[in-house]
Design a protein around this ligand. Structure first.
Ligand code: PMP
Length: 395
């Protein structure tokens, strides 16, 4: 075992040898032909991994997922606009705060922690909105604080019925949970590099629909802050995709090389195959957690994300479990949602590790060992056998 723990937190995540090799080179200049080619390929690959239509626009901006959220919000909403927000946890709260700071009026539809608002509740909230027309619907595909995954389809349908922009935070989902941007008619699907795409942290990534770009272009109030403004980045992205270097602000050149490689790896293996491997990993680990007596935070199986497990501590266990698991060489995360922070821990299992049963096994064994070290009966072999049975049954 190396000194470095196995990184099973919900991002940053382990990266593949191909991604690591692409990233670990002397930094290319942003005007070099090999960088231009990599940037162009990355943009084209983003559309494919997002299942986005050809006229959509990918953006790759140095920053984190929070920046991608802020870009979506700042380009689409003007002061006084109304938004409906489907709230499933801390990252939905973050988006609500951003929207309010932009001067938007936000109506939130909430559910108890671990649950998600039903499509009917969302529809009712829209129908009940008497203050004025709603411009956009915001939802978090997988909320990392609760491990709750929403079904984007009914929400996209509701948005389409009411003529709303549909914006999905896919930070803990994109590349790991199915999301058909074209089929859903979604307007923004955003993420960060360090999650299910399996890259190092440092890139804010989003794809905007043609309609979303038109909304920005038709904006009547003051433009968004310069760095957030799609209009600042659009000519640069268009130039790169046409094979020409351009400059607005310095791109994270090594990360763009990693992005090209990581998306290439997903597409070479097949997007559908990668999503299936991710789904199978989620099912397998859930079988292991259940064998260890660990209950999920999401209140129904259909709400459990494939990319992350948020697990309640069993009786007699507290947050010191996280340190005991770390002592066995695997980093997992504590609770994040204020209502359940001290009652749960979280394990990220997205990206490269879904192709590495040996690393999944180390994780299951470390969790079982951490429980056992705390005096809780935990059979690591039985737990791994339960996971392995799922991994093997699906071939
Ligand atoms: N949205 C979701 C669903 C997230 O999980 C995260 C990060 N955990 C963010 C947004 C914010 O991303 P970042 O930490 O990269 O700014």
């Amino acid at each position: 075992m190396s000194d470095r723990p196995l990184l099973m937190i919900p991002g940053p995540v382990e990266v593949s040898p191909r991604v690591l090799a692409a990233f670990s080179t002397p930094p290319p200049g942003h005007l070099e032909p090999r960088f231009v080619a990599a940037f162009a390929a990355a943009l084209e690959r983003m559309r494919r991994v997002w299942s986005a239509p050809p006229e959509s626009q990918p953006f790759v901006v140095p920053g984190s997922g929070t920046l991608a959220m802020e870009m979506a919000a700042a380009n689409l909403l003007e002061p006084g606009d109304r938004a409906l927000l489907v709230n499933t946890g801390v990252f939905s709260d973050r988006m609500a705060e951003m929207l309010r700071r932009l001067g938007a009026a936000v109506r939130e539809v909430r559910a108890p922690v671990g649950d998600a608002p039903s499509p009917e509740a969302v529809r009712e909230a829209l129908t009940a909105e008497r203050e004025g027309p709603v411009k956009a619907l915001f939802a978090t595909h997988v909320d990392t604080s609760t491990g709750v995954r929403l079904d984007p389809r009914p929400l996209a349908e509701i948005a389409a019925e009411h003529g709303l922009l549909a914006v999905f935070d896919g930070v803990c989902a994109a590349g790991g949970e199915p999301f058909d941007m074209a089929g859903l008619g979604a307007d923004v699907y955003l993420t960060a590099s360090q999650k299910a795409l399996g890259l190092p942290p440092g890139l804010a990534l989003l794809v905007a629909s043609e309609r979303a770009l038109a909304v920005r272009a038709a904006r009547r109030s003051a433009p968004p802050p310069l760095y957030l403004d799609w209009a600042s980045w659009l000519p640069v992205h268009q130039a790169y995709e046409q094979g020409k270097p351009a400059y607005f602000a310095t791109p994270a050149t090594n990360l763009v090389l990693a992005l090209e490689a990581g998306l290439g790896e997903i597409l070479d293996a097949g997007l559908a195959e990668c999503l299936e491997a991710q789904a199978r990993t989620g099912r397998a680990l859930r079988a292991a957690w259940s064998a260890l007596g660990l209950a999920p935070v999401p209140v129904r199986p259909d709400l459990e994300a494939a990319t992350i497990s948020a697990l309640r501590f069993p009786a007699g266990v507290d947050s010191t479990l996280v340190a005991r698991i770390a002592a066995r060489g695997v980093a997992v995360a504590g609770g994040l949602h204020p209502e359940i922070r001290s009652q749960c821990f979280r394990i990220g299992h997205m990206g490269y590790v879904v192709h590495r049963p040996d690393l999944l096994r180390r994780t299951v064994e470390a969790v079982a060992g951490g429980l056992a070290d705390g005096g809780i009966e935990a059979d690591a072999e039985r737990a791994w056998a339960a996971a392995a049975a799922v991994l093997e049954s699906a071939g």
